[in-house]
Design a protein around this ligand. Structure first.
Ligand code: N2P
Length: 363
């Protein structure tokens, strides 16, 4: 009987417990870039919907792809750049088509910007633009001027010309760790096709990177790079636009940062809200996308992370210092030569990855 008692107890209690299990709090599993949301938006979503958000972060497309390619990621929301990652996921059937009827706020999206990503997702069936941005240079202009008075403070030449890099090595130089998001900019700076799959072009990019390598203090993940810029540990770095602007806002002790858009044409990327095909909670994912696309929610996100969004109605609600910063919202003229990278062939992808390993190892 003593053995049976706990069983009896459990049986008696089960009618009481089961409604609790059936009504277990729904969970939304989000996998987003680091430093890419307004924490208040997450709190508000949880309050309004009762859905608990489990939130993980990555800071490179390589990390996101590694996680997703293993399958069964368990995520309901991912935020891949339109090319190459989102394009590959669409092609592989790894994303769930969005049910537009459940995302009425899709109507707020800028049709022209959505058209720019429709090339890899006909009819925009699998994704909505979350935020977008460019790749460029974060610079402490005062430090650079002190060490190399004749070096241009607003050009990639500052970093990629070895005679400049050599002089600036003392104040710290860095390149974010991402072959996917760095090589197009280097190829373009060299006057080559940023999407080239040719071994010869990739060799030229490798030469440029290897010439820079001895002068680099670090090749950190983009997330860590924000802190290195903010603390003044480095004085110039190649990374994402909003990360530089966030670092500038976080900076203390007299660190002043500028963002320089590459004059030869900037790498433009669109980060897409998407639902993996095997998402455990697609209902919550749809509710979350709809929530994020509310103009006032988007305004809070852009004001916090300093990346532009694709919801024009949010613009008036963004804090003025961010709304009026042309590095956050570049003008048409600034983007005239910008390019959206393509998706390399599998063979070129292997070459790019090997080249990147050699660059990191410095040989
Ligand atoms: C967030 C970086 C996201 C930009 N820290 C990638 N397009």
């Amino acid at each position: 009987m003593r053995r049976l008692l706990p069983l009896l107890f459990a049986l008696l209690l089960s009618p009481l417990l089961s409604p609790c299990v059936a009504g277990a709090q729904p969970v939304l599993n989000v996998y987003n870039w680091s430093d890419y949301i307004d924490p208040q938006a997450l709190r508000r979503f949880q309050q309004e919907t009762g859905i608990r958000v489990r939130y993980d972060v990555y800071d490179s497309l390589e990390a996101l792809e590694a996680k997703l390619s293993a399958g069964r990621s368990g995520y309901d929301i991912v935020v891949p750049s339109s090319e190459p990652t989102f394009a590959r996921l669409v092609r592989a059937g790894a994303l769930r088509p969005l049910d537009a009827a459940r995302i009425p706020n899709l109507r707020h999206l800028d049709a022209g910007l959505m058209q720019r990503v429709a090339g890899v997702d006909p009819g925009n069936r699998h994704g909505a633009i979350y935020l977008w941005g460019t790749v460029g240079l974060g610079v402490r202009q005062d430090r650079v001027r002190a060490l190399a008075p004749d070096a241009p403070v607003d050009s990639l030449d500052l970093l990629l010309k070895p005679e400049n890099a050599r002089r600036l090595a003392r104040c710290g130089l860095a390149v974010m760790d991402s072959a996917t998001d760095v090589l197009p900019t280097v190829l373009r700076w060299l006057g080559r096709d940023p999407n080239s799959n040719e071994a010869e072009d990739l060799r030229a990019a490798e030469q440029a990177l290897l010439a820079l390598r001895p002068h680099l203090r670090a090749i950190p993940a983009s997330g860590a790079l924000i802190d290195m810029l903010a603390t003044g540990e480095i004085c110039a770095a190649l990374t994402y636009s909003g990360d530089v602007i966030q670092a500038g806002a976080r900076a203390r002790n007299g660190v002043v940062l500028h963002y320089a858009l590459p004059a030869a044409g900037a790498h433009l990327s669109f980060d897409m809200l998407a639902i993996p095909a095997d998402a455990p909670n697609p209902d919550a994912a749809h509710a979350f996308i709809d929530f994020l696309l509310r103009p006032e929610v988007m305004a809070g996100i852009t004001s916090t992370v300093r990346y532009p969004n694709a919801v024009p109605a949010s613009r008036a609600l963004v804090v003025p210092a961010v709304r009026d910063d042309p590095n956050v919202y570049p003008t048409e003229a600034m983007l005239a030569d910008a390019f959206i990278p393509g998706t390399p062939t599998a063979a070129a992808e292997r070459l790019r990855n090997r080249l990147w390993s050699r660059f990191k190892a410095g040989r």
